[in-house]
Design a protein around this ligand. Structure first.
Ligand code: UT7
Length: 325
C-alpha cells in the first residue's frame, strides 16, 4: 500500500578545527593514551574555540542544503537535538532559522533527549512529514560539550567532543515495503528512574548554572549495550528485516566496546558497523548525524543501503531508526 516516506536527500557535518589528542589530555589530568584507547577506543576529539552550537549547526546545515540542492527557503520545519543550546531560551533551532533566513512562520524547536536527541528529532520530523504537516525538514544534531565538561575530572573529560551534523528530509511517495527509500521505522524509549546515572549537574530551576557532566560509567555501559540493541532490533522487526539484510549499523558513538558489543549482539560483522568514536569522541546528539554524513561523503554508505541507527543517552533515553538511503 502506498505511503509517504521521509527521504534523506542531503547531509552535512562540521567539526571545529582544534583537535585534542589523548596525549594532550595526559598533560591536563592523570591519564594516558593507553587507558583512553583501550577503555574507550577514542584517540582524539574536536573542541570548539568560540563557535557555538548554532554556529556549527549552520555550517552543517548549509552543507546538507547544498547536497539536497535546496535553500533554507524550501525548509518547512527545523528540529535540533542538543543538550548544549546557545541560550536557555529560545530554542537553538529558532536562532538557526533566524540567522539562516528561514521563511517567517516556519516552526522550529529543540529536542532535549541528550545523546538520543538526533534519533528523537528524526522521528518527530518523520512523523510530521508522514502526517502531511510538512514536506521538507532540516534535522540537526549538534553539541558544544566542551562547555559542560569538568576538565579536571579524568573520569569524564577524556570522553567528549564537539561538532554538528545535519540532514534534509523530503516527503516522497513509497510502496510501503522495506524496499522503499527513506525512513522505514522508528521507535523511542525512556526510563526516568535512571536519571541519576547520567546527568549535567546544573539547571535553570535548580542551580541557575549550566553545570558539568556527571556519569556512573559502569551503569551507563551496562544499560547501553542492551538498549542500543533493543532499539535496533525493534525497528528491524517492524519491517521484517534480519541482520543479513542490514548494510550498516550506525550506533551512538560513545565507546568502542559498547559499539562492538551491540554489533555482536545483533549478529553483525565488524565490517558492517560504522565507527567514528576514535576521531570524534562522544559528541552526544551530534554523534549519529556526524558519522552518517562523514560515511556518506566518503562513499562508504551508498544510495540504496539499509542503515539502522541506534542511540542511547541521559534520561535514560534510547531509540532506533531504520532508513534506506
Ligand atoms: O553518551 C552517553 C553514554 N555514555 C556512555 O556510554 C559511557 C559508558 N561508560 C563507559 O564508556 C565506561 O564506563 C568508561 C569509559 C566511562 C569507564 O570505563 P570502565 O572500564 O568502566 O572504567 P572504570 O570506571 O571501572 O575505571 C577503572 C579505573 C578506575 O581506577 P580504580 O578505581 O580501579 O583505581 C578509575 O579511577 O580507571 C580509572 N580511570 C582512569 N584512569 C586513567 C578513570 N578514568 C581514567 C582516565 N585515565 N581517564
Amino acid at each position: 500500500m502506498s505511503c509517504i516516506r521521509s527521504e534523506i536527500i542531503g547531509w552535512g557535518h562540521y567539526l571545529p578545527k582544534k583537535v585534542l589528542t589523548n596525549d594532550d589530555l595526559s598533560k591536563m589530568v592523570d591519564t594516558n593514551d593507553e587507558w583512553i584507547s583501550t577503555r574507550t577506543g577514542i584517540k582524539s576529539r574536536h573542541i570548539s574555540e568560540g563557535e557555538t552550537t548554532a554556529d556549527m549547526s549552520i555550517k552543517a546545515a548549509d552543507a546538507a542544503l547544498k547536497q539536497a540542492e535546496l535553500t533554507i527557503k524550501d525548509i518547512d520545519v527545523i528540529i535540533v537535538g542538543t543538550l548544549t543550546p546557545d541560550n536557555t531560551t529560545p530554542a537553538t533551532a529558532a536562532k538557526i532559522g533566524g540567522i539562516m533566513g528561514v521563511n517567517p512562520g516556519t516552526p522550529t524547536f529543540d529536542i532535549a533527549a541528550a545523546c538520543s536527541g538526533f534519533v528523537y528529532a528524526l522521528t518527530m520530523a518523520d512523523n510530521m512529514i508522514r502526517l502531511g504537516q510538512v514536506k521538507t525538514a532540516l534535522v540537526i544534531g549538534a553539541e558544544t560539550l566542551s562547555k559542560i565538561v569538568d576538565w579536571t575530572d579524568r573520569n569524564t573529560c577524556v570522553l567528549f567532543g564537539d561538532g554538528a551534523g545535519a540532514v534534509v528530509l523530503k516527503a516522497r511517495e513509497g510502496e510501503g515495503t522495506s524496499a522503499d527509500t527513506g525512513i522505514l521505522a522508528t521507535k523511542l524509549y525512556s526510563d526516568g528512574t535512571q536519571y541519576n546515572n547520567l546527568y549535567v549537574s546544573g539547571g535553570v530551576s535548580t542551580t541557575a548554572t549550566a553545570g558539568f557532566v556527571v556519569m556512573n560509567g559502569k551503569e551507563v555501559f551496562k544499560f547501553a549495550v542492551g538498549s542500543l540493541s533493543e532499539a535496533a532490533e525493534n525497528v528491524m522487526n517492524q519491517c521484517g528485516v534480519n541482520a543479513e539484510q542490514i548494510d550498516w549499523l550506525l550506533p551512538h558513538q560513545a565507546n568502542i566496546r559498547i559499539i562492538e558489543g551491540v554489533g555482536h549482539k545483533l549478529g553483525l560483522p565488524d565490517e558492517k558497523v560504522i565507527v567514528t568514536v576514535d576521531h570524534h569522541g562522544n559528541t552526544s546528539a551530534a554523534s549519529i548525524p556526524l558519522a552518517l554524513s562523514e560515511s556518506l561523503e566518503a562513499g562508504k554508505i551508498k544510495k540504496g543501503d539499509l542503515v539502522v541507527l541506534s542511540a542511547m543517552g541521559a534520561g535514560f533515553t534510547w531509540g532506533g531508526v531504520l532508513v534506506r538511503i
